[in-house]
Design a protein around this ligand. Structure first.
Ligand SMILES: [Zn+2]
Length: 332
């Protein structure tokens, strides 16, 4: 989903909010009038009085001043009566105003100066969070909650590195990826290694950091992704949201494909996967792939077109060590 489409959705939401606030205001005012009918009568009198003053301004200059003075005095009297009535019923001017979610822009998203209100930026982020499929998890899994101390300092001889030192490098690479996200030459990422070493956690860290920078991030498992593409290709009935989801796969700022290799692999899935990886690459959109398969197995599993793209345009990031059981240890 392109940013402009996201913005359109947000503007529709603002419109809805404004209408809702205005309707609530009318209901509230109506309830007040039912409780204090004199107030309604006074207000229509004041409106008429206001009009009379405007007309008086166009009248014969000789009588004008006297007339206006008289009308204004009457207006003041009405206003005083209204104030007294409101006081006696514990009403304030605020009771007659709509209750906006954002008082700065009155739920327009745009300020009088023409600039976006600060609430608009937050809306943009919220909308992107919702679309990412990650909204719930990101509060727990992000760079701030990452704990390097969970990784062993003991060197693994065949890697020549301890899991902790490796994770420090991974962390650096991921932070670099976020930092340089808008650089066209920055490579995509491919995380590989067995389950339980923090690949998904790291992907979530990146997702959150980018969402907070107003990027559109979509997370999808390979299985679900292929399922969506199959449904679309074979004209099967999907949910009404599916076509929107499909578009987002191609044009979100970052697509995270989790668990590549768990889906059924055949010519169809190879073709579809190639299309996504290649289209995104050609359009300069970043992709993050996470897989349990080591590079050698990827080459067996996927056709040359896919592998050549992966090896050329992805930075391979290896996760190794012992399963540190991310689940159930709280924030790691
Ligand atoms: Zn606002």
């Amino acid at each position: 989903m392109r940013r402009s489409a996201v913005v359109q959705e947000i503007m529709k939401d603002y419109e809805k909010k404004r209408r809702m606030a205005q309707r609530r205001r009318e209901e509230k005012v109506q309830a007040i009038y039912e409780m204090v009918p004199e107030l309604e009568a006074l207000e229509s009198q004041m409106t008429r009085q206001g009009l009379a003053i405007s007309r008086a301004l166009l009248s014969d200059p000789q009588n004008q001043q006297r007339l206006i003075h008289q009308l204004e005095q009457e207006m003041n009297r009405l206003q005083e009566r209204r104030s007294a009535l409101m006081n006696s019923h514990h009403l304030t001017e605020a009771d007659f105003q709509p209750h906006w979610s954002c008082a700065h822009c009155q739920d327009r998203g745009i300020l009088k100066s023409g600039k976006h209100c600060s609430c608009f930026k937050q809306q943009l982020i919220n909308q992107a969070y919702q679309m990412s499929n990650l909204a719930g998890i990101l509060a727990k899994e992000n760079f701030k909650t990452f704990r390097i101390d969970l990784f062993s300092e003991k060197e693994i001889p065949e890697e020549g590195l301890s899991p902790r030192d490796n994770m420090l490098q991974v962390l650096q690479e991921c932070e670099g990826f976020v930092f340089n996200f808008d650089e066209p030459n920055e490579k995509n990422l491919l995380f590989y290694g067995p389950t339980g070493l923090g690949k998904t956690f790291m992907a979530n860290c990146i997702a959150k950091a980018l969402l907070d920078r107003e990027k559109v991030v979509i997370y999808q498992t390979a299985i679900k992704l292929i399922h969506l593409l199959e449904n679309h290709q074979f004209g099967r009935e999907g949910t009404p949201q599916d076509s929107q989801v499909l578009t987002r796969l191609f044009d979100c700022d970052l697509l995270i494909i989790d668990d590549l290799g768990t889906e059924l692999t055949n010519t169809f899935t190879n073709g579809q996967l190639f299309q996504i990886i290649n289209t995104r690459h050609l359009e300069g959109k970043k992709t993050l792939i996470s897989t349990n398969l080591p590079p050698g197995e990827l080459m067996v599993r996927y056709d040359d077109r896919i592998c050549s793209r992966l090896f050329a345009y992805y930075s391979f990031v290896k996760f190794f060590g012992k399963d540190i059981r991310w689940e159930g240890r709280g924030a790691v």
